[in-house]
Design a protein around this ligand. Structure first.
Ligand SMILES: Cc1cc2nc3c(=O)[nH]c(=O)nc-3n(C[C@H](O)[C@H](O)[C@H](O)COP(=O)(O)OP(=O)(O)OC[C@H]3O[C@@H](n4cnc5c(N)ncnc54)[C@H](O)[C@@H]3O)c2cc1C
Ligand SMILES: *[C@@H]1O[C@H](CO)[C@@H](O)[C@H](O)[C@H]1NC(C)=O
Length: 452
């Protein structure tokens, strides 16, 4: 059932929509699952040969939580997650700024913060149960479209469908091939050391400078200093621990989820800090050094004939300080599936154009919070932060976290589609006054010039 009561089995057309999705990350899986629930035929391709539990902490806000809950996955996911009561935010010297109470549910849904690989596995299994035609070791090397169909070439085999969704992550090939747009990541000057480990045997539960993280269920602590912040939390009732700490990145390291970091470099950052920081960091057996890069908003997420769209990180990578990258990837997938349900196969390109129109500004606003949150923490004045904790507290805003992407797509599609039919398709607009306006205007011009 859709949230507005329309039956999911009713279609505007006798035959199901055929969709090929490239990439079985959270964006691709979300699109595949919701597409099956809407009755579409789904082929999902990923180049990895088998699923591995990769990564560390990943966060889904209540706007993504309501999607998991609708899929019936709460009981599987929740035990693996962090069950938070309070966020203790401190200055780098260790003065408490705020003990911010966190509600288990916000705007009607839970937040799911857990191990990326473990949560990924649950979605992966769910997609297979729903009848997604999942093909691994499928390396997509080409995208194509004409007036009647779109498709890919995977391991030399040519596949075709009504639409193709490129959900192939930050280093997306779809982005380059579909949009003719070459990736120009800018170094941000920062990287993040990250770790995830089992509390037991790490010593974290035996050190009074770190045991509060695990001894009474889950806990969540943060420290903010000039240009650096550190966050640490436990999950599964104190069983596992994770931490992240930003650092100045002068070395030109690779953009990778598995590039190893050196513990001695990590500890150097917090030499003069609250000793609780080194106590927590030093308990990790190893860590990853993850480079942070910036990418400007793309002028468009869809192909010329509107049969191919990029979604998730391929369309709009997020800074981790937004805590929204994975949630927005989920919203994208759901929106595409609903739109295709409403368009049917005959008008599939209209659903892709409407997807961009429905999502573009919202995604950009969410993406910008990554910069504003980071600046708020990295430029905070210790004394002022303690006096006015609200100025550095975590934002819990309704427009972002209370959003229901599925309901919104059902409601927004008819008028959006009508508008495109009446006035034609136009490239999407950034929100008014956007900091990237000038650069994106230039990218638009180049894009349009190429299209001529
Ligand atoms: C290994 C890994 C570990 C990660 N760990 C974390 C983490 O710990 N914390 C965190 O917050 N975020 C992590 N992320 C990123 C996070 O998953 C994304 O930011 C977010 O969930 C959006 O996901 P996505 O589906 O758009 O992209 P991704 O999760 O990057 O998924 C893209 C998928 O596309 C596949 N793919 C790429 N090119 C091709 C091709 N040519 N043919 C076929 N398939 C292709 C990739 O194999 C991958 O599975 C990780 C991503 C990866 C890939
Ligand atoms: C996928 O194909 C590209 C282009 O032919 C190649 O460079 C790459 O190594 C292949 N990747 C895998 C995992 O097979």
């Amino acid at each position: 059932m859709s949230p507005n009561g329309a039956s999911d089995s009713k279609s505007n057309s006798e035959r199901p929509v055929k969709i090929i999705i490239v990439g079985a990350g959270f964006a691709g899986l979300s699109c595949a699952i919701e597409s099956r629930l809407k009755g579409h035929d789904v082929i999902l391709l990923d180049k990895f040969p088998k699923l591995k539990v990769l990564g560390d902490i990943i966060s889904f806000g209540p706007n993504a939580g309501r999607i998991f809950e609708r899929w019936g996955l709460h009981d599987k996911m929740w035990p693996l997650c962090t069950h938070l009561k309070t966020f203790h935010l401190n200055t780098w010297k260790g003065d408490l700024i705020t003990a911010q109470p966190l509600n288990e549910k916000e705007f009607g849904s839970y937040s799911y913060n857990g191990h990326r690989g473990e949560l990924h596995q649950i979605l992966f299994d769910h997609a297979v149960e729903l009848g997604v035609d999942l093909r691994l070791s499928a390396n997509v090397t080409e995208y194509w479209e004409d007036d009647h169909a779109a498709g890919v070439v995977s391991n030399g085999e040519r596949l075709s469908a009504d639409v193709v969704v490129g959900a192939d992550g930050v280093r997306s090939k779809a982005r380059a091939m579909v949009l003719g747009y070459f990736d120009q990541p800018e170094p941000s000057g920062y990287a993040i050391y990250r770790a995830w480990f089992t509390a037991k045997g790490s010593g974290i539960d035996e050190d009074p400078l770190s045991d509060y993280l695990v001894k009474d269920g889950d806990a969540f602590y943060g420290w903010i200093g000039k240009d650096v912040h550190m966050l640490s939390s436990s999950s599964k009732g104190g069983k596992d621990v994770s931490w992240v700490i930003t650092h100045k990145d002068t070395a030109d390291i690779e953009e990778s989820w598995s590039f190893p970091g050196k513990m001695e470099d990590v500890l150097k950052i917090v030499e003069d800090w609250d000793p609780r920081c080194a106590a927590i960091l030093s308990k990790a057996p190893s860590c990853v050094d993850w480079k942070l890069v910036y990418r400007d908003p793309l002028p468009t997420w869809i192909s010329k004939k509107a049969r191919i769209a990029v979604i998730g990180d391929a369309a709009h990578p997020f800074l981790p300080t937004s805590i929204q990258g994975a949630s927005q990837a989920l919203e994208d997938g759901v929106t595409i599936a609903v739109n295709l349900k409403l368009s049917g196969p005959e008008e599939a390109p209209l659903s892709i154009q409407a997807f961009e129109k429905i999502r573009y500004q919202r995604v950009r606003r969410a993406q910008r919070t990554g910069e504003t949150n980071r600046d708020k923490w990295h430029q905070a004045d210790d004394k002022k932060a303690v006096e006015d904790p609200k100025s550095v507290a975590l934002n819990r805003e309704e427009w972002l976290l209370g959003h229901d992407a599925e309901k919104h797509a059902w409601e927004a599609y008819p008028d959006t589609a009508k508008d495109i039919k009446e006035h034609g398709y136009h490239l999407p607009e950034l929100p008014e006054g956007d900091v990237a306006a000038e650069r994106v205007a230039k990218a638009r011009e180049e894009y349009l010039a190429k299209a001529m």
